[in-house]
Design a protein around this ligand. Sequence first.
Ligand SMILES: [Zn+2]
Length: 464
Amino acid sequence: MKLFDTRLGELREFEPQQRGVVGMYVCGPTVQSEPHIGHLRSALVYDLLAGWLRASGNKVTVVRNVTDIDDKVLEKARETGTQYWELAHRNEALFAADYRRLNLELPSVEPRATGHIPQMLALIEKLVDSGHAYQVEGSADVYFDTSSWSRYGELTHQKLEDMESEETGGGKRAAQDFALWKSAKPGEPEGAAWESRFGRGRPGWHIECSAMATHYLGESFDIHGGGLDLRFPHHENELAQSSAAGHGFANYWIHNGLVSIAGQKMSKSLGNTVSSSDLFALATPQAVRYYLASAHYRSVLDYQPGVLQEAEAALERLHGFLARAQRELAETQYSEMDHGAGLPDAFVAEMNDDLNIPAALAVIHDSVTSGNTALDEQQLKQAAEHRSEVHKMLSVLGLAPDQWSSGASEEHQALDALVRELIAERNRAREEKNFEVADRIRDQLLASGIELSDSASGTHWSLS
Ligand SMILES: [Zn+2]
């Protein structure tokens, strides 16, 4: 498989450091607010990458952190009069619910920054002791000394003197130096600071990821992923401090493209943020997953009105073929799906080409076209082959129909069967213009807390 490695700026053959075993660290969200479309896209990209590496026979460990303390979290907590840990915890739960809705595989571990302060301090101490970091006199502030690390800038191919700095002043020796440990400030909550040999304080954002990645994956591991906006300074700084500490750190640096909204950068000031609840209100979770996966992971995903309906229609076409094949092959010798069937070479080639999912989806659509033609022409063997193939490819992308129904509880399934039967009875009554019966069924359901809504695609029910 080839992957685009940001550090080398080119496609590289992917080889894990240990054959068949992959360790991947993904920068997770800073949980100061609810998830938006960009968060979901980023999480899905690494879910698809991990899924493909697993489908290719690797054992994959995924570490996706939760930044539950940093400036942004503390500021939002102050604004809203909440404890920062309550704000972080509540938002983390919203992220988890959306990840589940999107059918993302649970990472191997989701470490929270606040749970790994000792690991961060150990790394900071190592950097100070080896002369790559310094403490500001009369303060607990510790900075990474960028002048001590000649490779600084290697990830984003920048020279030290051309770089923009985060902030200046406060005892920093150079504008590009960045905070490893920030002293506790008056007005900050008591619980947002920890004792250390430098004094009371809290970690800088960058050191959090370096420490957690190394704690779970070792000093050297295979893949580090995150959004393109994290390349600089976040990932540049992670790489510098970990390398300066003597760690091999990540072997491949993968970055996913960002999301734009109708051609514009998504930002709070423009007021064009698309939240995950906006997305899930407009389409099924399957269609949201299809849509978010449909652009190449390195390109900008431009959100426009109507794109989810297009995704829904495209997915319906794929699922429609599977349902049709199931129906038309039911009474034949091909009634059983061949789960042992392999993936088509074209699909494998596209997935191995820097995870080219748009092209892989085109392979699935082609197979559906051929499968439908085979059914039209009663070529059952070919139709059955396409059915197995399509199902297998969709499974790799987390889009096969049977990967979504299993989430429903047995109670839900039983209730669904009952309500559907009543909906069918109501439809019959309406056809016969027996509106008394039709209304009685609707009212009975409503009295039990079940609401019906009629639309062009049929009648759907939900708990009222
Ligand atoms: Zn990070």
